[in-house]
Design a protein around this ligand. Structure first.
Ligand code: APR
Length: 253
């Protein structure tokens, strides 16, 4: 992997606008399971239960999900890992235009990437939102209510509350998607970390970059549909791979 890490480091050093695109695979070393990897969430839970339709139609599905969250859920007190810190270091070295992430765990921001440089295509779990009047609540406030309420409702209109992550069948936040797409169309390097690149429209982001002439780097355990379009593919763990790349970047800056 050493030689490939050096190649990626050279691409980073010579790039003027690098977009990093991340998926659940960048957070597994922080203890958050991914979805389609070995032991992924969809090997244990039914993705149909995470469609907006079923969340709205079935109170028992809402109860199950709020119970999961009250027991620590997907994003209990987790910490960024070496891969998140490597991306944050790229930003500190002036080598990161932005991170476009499918993740809802807030770990890029916790690692030090400024909020304005993180585009969360699938929302995040910091808030819950009312499906009726769109009022937003800090997630911690709702979790506290779960001690006495199985099905938290909006205090303003008694509407259904839902975590502010994007469920299957829901629109992505359009302003976030269009800005992320604009950045991808303008970048000269797009580094994909920890994603199967099978969920759209998120997976369009590295495709836009490639079509705009950017070099593509893929760091992932397992193949992706974009491997053939990548200048460099590294089959390896995100943490150690990104740490090795940044060692070479520091030497080359
Ligand atoms: N290092 C590198 N790759 C890893 C690591 C790791 N430590 N851990 C897991 N991976 C790889 C897995 O092998 C898999 O190929 O990361 C990839 C994660 O893919 P998915 O689980 O499909 O996650 P993602 O691509 O983010 O899914 C996209 O699907 O279910 C929806 O909304 C959900 O945002 C999610 C979207």
């Amino acid at each position: 992997m050493g030689q490939l890490a050096e190649q990626v480091a050279e691409l980073i050093v010579n790039s003027k606008r690098c977009v990093v695109f991340t998926g659940a695979g960048i957070s597994t070393e922080s203890g958050i399971p991914d979805f389609r990897g070995e032991d992924g969430i969809w090997t244990k839970m039914d993705p149909e239960d995470f469609t907006i339709q079923r969340f709205v139609d079935r109170p028992e599905v809402r109860k199950m999900q709020w119970k999961l969250l009250s027991e620590g859920g997907l994003v209990k007190d987790v910490q960024p890992n070496a891969a998140h810190y490597a991306v944050a270091e790229m930003e500190k070295l002036g080598k990161l235009d932005c991170v476009v992430t499918q993740n809802i765990d807030n770990l890029h921001q916790m690692a030090g990437v400024p909020d304005e440089k993180v585009f969360e295509l699938h929302g995040n779990m910091q808030y819950a939102r009312c499906l009726g009047c769109r009022k937003r609540y800090p997630m911690a406030e709702i979790i506290a209510r779960l001690a006495v309420e199985e099905l938290p409702e909006c205090e303003a209109c008694r509407g259904i509350l839902k975590p502010d992550a994007v469920y299957f069948g829901e629109m992505l936040p359009q302003a976030v998607l269009s800005e992320a797409s604009r950045r991808a169309n303008q970048c000269d390097l797009c580094i994909v970390i920890g994603s199967t690149l099978v969920v759209y429209p998120a997976a369009l982001i590295p495709e836009y970059a490639h079509n705009a002439g950017a070099k593509i780097v893929i760091i992932n355990i397992g193949a992706t549909p974009m491997d053939s379009k990548a200048a460099v593919c590294i089959e390896g763990k995100a943490g150690e791979t990104m740490s090795s790349i940044m060692q070479h970047v520091r030497a080359g800056i």
